[in-house]
Design a protein around this ligand. Structure first.
Ligand SMILES: Cc1cc2nc3c(=O)[nH]c(=O)nc-3n(C[C@H](O)[C@H](O)[C@H](O)COP(=O)(O)O)c2cc1C
Ligand code: SF4
Ligand code: SF4
Length: 262
């Protein structure tokens, strides 16, 4: 069965995990963008790997799923910062609306990139997470190789009802225009890297400076990958350490290549 992995990433965790899994499964990797046209057939093993945003798949992923038509075996790996909530249940529901079954769903914790809540975990904690994720690559590959049904457990009621309804729902729907809270702290040198890295081309360069245009995914790629740490969000990021996955290079995100893992 031909295997393909579609991935979305802001700071590289999902790409790192997708790369490792693709290597074991001998799968082709394709980035999810608004331009990606999935060409899967009912013979294919299709993987969707993406970060968890407010217990949900990112909005770009939801748009991508609406274009997906067929798979023989379909699995989701929801990368997260340790609080995935019911992202798998929500993903399965969105896939079902598209007539697709989520045959397997996995949650994998990697360092949190939500800088407004504080910087990434300490280095030793990060190492623990990477080691645990490497173990999960093998476990998940075994499930997929056997085309087995699987779903990581659902959390308790607070994480699936009150918490997402009262807090995260509001935030999720406000994501596209949340970019009005980005500002420059004076370190910007006009290198344009933030504009090139944005997965939805939401950043124009005007007078040598980035300008956000109100259709943001809040992936934080611009803020995290700026070498000058020139981008801030509201009052919450000044002086807070940035995060990017150590195994991923900026150019892998800028080029967004159609690539084979081999
Ligand atoms: C807007 C936003 C919302 C997030 N919401 C959650 C969440 O609900 N639960 C969680 O565990 N992590 C959450 N995170 C953390 C990311 O899921 C996590 O850091 C992930 O590894 C990032 O993947 P990436 O490097 O591929 O972008 C959020 C991050 C962002 C930017
Ligand atoms: S904000 Fe950072 S990445 Fe963007 S142009 Fe300025 S220095 Fe370059
Ligand atoms: S503007 Fe920044 S945070 Fe928003 S989608 Fe683009 S890179 Fe991600």
């Amino acid at each position: 069965m031909p295997r393909v992995i579609y991935y979305f990433t802001g700071t590289g965790n999902s790409l790192d995990f997708a790369t490792k899994l693709a290597r074991v499964l001998d799968a082709t990797m394709i980035p999810m963008t608004d331009d990606t046209v999935p060409q899967t057939t009912s013979d294919d093993c299709v993987g969707l790997i993406y970060p968890t945003y407010m217990y949900r798949p990112p909005r770009l992923v939801v748009r991508f799923i609406s274009k997906l038509t067929a798979a023989k075996y379909l699995y989701v790996v929801a990368i997260n910062g340790g609080e995935p909530g019911d992202v798998l249940e929500r993903s399965a529901k969105i896939l079902k609306q598209q007539g697709l079954e989520m045959n397997a769903g996995f949650k994998v914790a990697l360092p949190d990139n939500y800088t407004p809540f504080g910087g990434p975990p300490e280095q030793d904690k990060q190492q623990e997470m990477f080691s645990a994720a490497d173990v999960r690559v093998k476990e998940i590959a075994a499930v997929i190789s056997g085309s087995a049904a699987h779903r990581d457990p659902k959390p308790g009621w607070f994480k699936t009802t009150i918490h997402p309804a009262l807090w995260y729902s509001l935030g999720y729907w406000a994501i596209p225009t949340s970019d009005r809270n980005f500002w420059l702290n004076g370190n910007c040198v006009g290198c344009e890297s933030c504009s090139k890295i944005c997965p939805v081309r939401n950043i124009a360069i005007v007078d040598n400076r980035p300008q956000w245009n109100g259709h943001c995914e809040q992936c934080f790629a611009c803020l995290q990958w700026c070498n000058k740490q020139a981008i801030e969000l509201g009052k919450k990021t000044a002086g807070v350490a940035r995060y990017r996955n150590p195994n991923i290079k900026r150019k892998q995100l800028i080029q967004r290549p159609r690539s084979s893992a081999r």
